[in-house]
Design a protein around this ligand. Structure first.
Ligand code: MUC
Ligand code: MG
Length: 378
């Protein structure tokens, strides 16, 4: 049989939990991070090729309903038996097989699909974005999140990053404190940075609709560029009312995971922008499906993160590079929030943008010593 049509069985899957310290405390409305936990998936194939993937969430179960430990359990106990022996080249068929027997668990599915695409790209000698139909853009603008919890420290951090030409858009994580203090914090940072930087805010669902109506005008007056997920993800009608009421665009994050959610939000004109994330959509192909629905509805796309490390961030970059439109840039800074890494070469951000890797597969290689050093032993 010709080597191109001969199946290449998957021989094993190995999920490793990795704990990495962050460079500083990262304060979000629902948790304060001092470490980030990644689940790294290694998928080995009969032709000797290994694909790697990553599934990462924020703050254990604080952000979503899948924890690093549950992701590993899902992969070990339920996904592995469905995938071993299947043809590694048939990414859609393998993912459909898993979807028939595993409900939900989008993060584990995202790690699997990433590893399959990485392996297939290495097999064919092409970067992952080419497997997705090719890149529409070769580099991606990346913002930085200021979340130390202290206005002066955030301003100093932003000044340093502007000086380095690493970021010129900053996302402020608010929602933990009294709204009056949050608004003062945002206004102080905008006043210090002026026209040199753009600011966005992410409430991570912290406000009620009434509080949002009371304080969004102050955020608008302070000059924020967009407001991300101000209210509970379940309150679709509320977000639609806010989008209708205010000029500043509303971005849906926690509320929109799949293309189905996107369709629902689009039908109800419930957001101006959507934060796409491979982890929410169950992989890179899910992001493209979600983006296609957003495009059809005239909703702007933004390349979001669950603060993945280098593997997840680069996988996201391949998907975001292949999206037809990406009007609002990305936030693929996750690796730079970590003190150390488990890949040989961490992606860098130069002139405010991340360059899309052009090597076969994802274009990222594991550093075996670092992986073993940071992997959870029990
Ligand atoms: C989120 O909700 O957007 C993205 C950047 C960041 O600091 O946290 C994430 C999560
Ligand atoms: Mg968000």
């Amino acid at each position: 049989m010709d080597s191109n049509i001969k199946p290449v069985p998957v021989t094993s899957l190995e999920a490793v939990i990795v704990d990495l310290p962050t460079i500083r405390e990262h304060r979000l409305a629902m948790t304060t991070m001092r470490t980030q936990t990644l689940v790294i998936l290694r998928l080995r194939c009969a032709d000797g090729i290994e694909g790697i993937g990553e599934a990462t969430t924020i703050g254990g179960l604080a952000y979503g309903d899948q924890s690093p430990e549950s992701i590993k359990l899902t992969l070990d106990r339920y996904v592995t038996p469905l995938v071993v022996g299947e043809d590694a080249r048939s990414v859609n068929a393998v993912m459909a097989r898993v979807a028939r027997s595993v409900q939900g668990n989008a993060l584990a599915k995202s790690a699997l699909e990433t590893a399959l695409l990485d392996a297939q790209g290495k097999r064919l000698g092409v970067p992952v974005h080419q497997l997705l139909g090719g890149a529409v853009r070769e580099s991606l603008p990346v913002l930085w999140t200021l979340a130390s919890g202290d206005s002066r420290r955030d301003i100093a951090e932003a000044e340093e990053l502007l000086e380095l030409r690493r970021h010129k858009v900053f996302k402020l994580k608010i929602g933990k404190r009294d709204p009056r203090d949050d608004v003062k914090h945002v206004a102080a940072i905008k006043a210090a940075l002026g026209e040199r930087a753009e600011l966005t805010v992410d409430l991570n669902q912290a406000w009620s609709e009434a509080i949002a109506c009371r304080f969004i005008p102050e955020l608008e007056a302070a000059g924020v560029m967009l407001v991300e997920q101000p209210i509970a993800r379940e309150n679709r009608r509320g977000l639609a009312r806010l989008a209708q009421r205010f000029d500043v665009p509303m971005m849906a994050d926690e509320a929109v995971h799949s293309a189905h959610d996107m369709f629902d939000y689009a039908c109800h004109e419930a957001a101006d922008i959507v934060a796409l994330k491979i982890g929410k959509s169950g992989g890179l192909l899910g992001v493209l499906r979600c983006a296609a629905v957003a495009d059809a509805a005239g909703i702007g796309c933004y390349g979001g993160t669950l603060l993945e490390g280098s593997i997840g961030s680069i996988a996201s970059a391949h998907a975001f590079a292949a999206c037809a439109t990406l009007e609002w840039g990305t936030e693929l800074f996750g690796p730079l929030l970590l003190k150390d890494d488990i890949v040989v070469e961490r992606p860098g951000i130069v002139n405010y943008a991340l360059a899309l890797p052009q090597a076969p597969g994802l274009g990222v290689a594991l550093d075996e010593d670092k992986l073993s050093h940071y992997s959870r032993k029990h």
